[in-house]
Design a protein around this ligand. Structure first.
Ligand code: ATP
Ligand code: MG
Length: 228
């Protein structure tokens, strides 16, 4: 039996202090196995993004631990965290967050620039491969302002995938897209899950999109209220 790739143990997250404290996550416990496709749903403000950020090591929990591949991300130093994240996770945000003065190609390749022992030719191969996967090869020299929302999101997905991370976190990746474009983005993510065995955790408020997931976590007021 394989080991879980993501373990969330007794996680609490509080924002602020005193009377204004927001208890965004309340005793969250989750185990996700390699290759799972998990959707996280729930009303606005229930803690979905916070959970995803804590899982990805982008935010520290107030209490509890998160293990990625058995490694406690809450114990990794600030200095080493970006490296660990780069090896293990890809993150797709609702706002695509592409760099405006880089082309599609450069936005994706930039992820590989800090990796010292990767030749320029290898970086180019990896970038072109992943742009092909999301069908953006022809638009590779376009800047974000020259692309549609769906195209920008496909580049953002390519960027999250270029270093072949075992885990892909997506926070409302289709929230800014029309439903047809959203479906096509989900189909790409679903194919990566099936063909490459990539573990996917997808936050969405769109019930329709949970059909792509094999497991759905429902949240309310910072807690998980159902898991099946
Ligand atoms: N930096 C912050 N400081 C204070 N409170 C915060 C902060 N970030 C989030 N919160 C609060 O934590 C709670 C959970 O927020 P979160 O962003 O996780 O919700 P969400 O489920 O992703 O909502 P949405 O569907 O609207 O994106 C909310 O009450 C929010 O106001
Ligand atoms: Mg959110």
């Amino acid at each position: 039996m394989a080991n879980p790739i993501i373990q969330v143990q007794g996680v609490h997250k509080e924002y602020g202090r005193g009377k204004k404290t927001v208890h965004a996550l309340k005793n969250i416990n989750i185990e996700i196995m390699p290759g799972e496709f998990v959707a996280v749903v729930g009303p606005s403000g229930c803690g979905k993004s916070t959970l995803l950020h804590v899982m990805a090591g982008l935010e520290q929990p107030t209490d509890g631990r998160v293990l990625l591949d058995g490694v406690d991300v809450t114990l990794i130093s600030e200095r080493d965290l970006p490296k660990v994240r780069a090896q293990k996770i890809g993150f797709v945000f609702q706002a695509f967050l592409l760099i405006e003065d880089l082309t599609a190609y450069e936005n994706v390749e930039a992820v590989l620039w800090p990796i010292k022992d990767l030749s320029k030719a290898k970086q180019e191969d990896m970038t072109l491969d992943v742009l092909r996967e999301v069908d953006m090869l022809e638009r590779r020299d376009h800047f974000p302002r020259q692309m549609s929302g769906g195209e920008q999101q496909r580049v953002a997905i390519a960027r999250a995938l270029v270093n072949n991370p075992p885990i892909l976190f997506c926070d409302e990746p289709t929230g800014n897209l029309d439903s047809k474009t959203g479906e096509s983005i989900l189909k790409i993510i679903s194919r990566l899950n099936k063909e490459k065995g990539m573990t996917v955790v997808l936050v969405t408020h769109n019930e329709e999109l949970t059909k792509y997931a094999k497991r759905v976590l429902r949240m309310k007021d910072g807690a998980i209220i159902s898991d099946r």
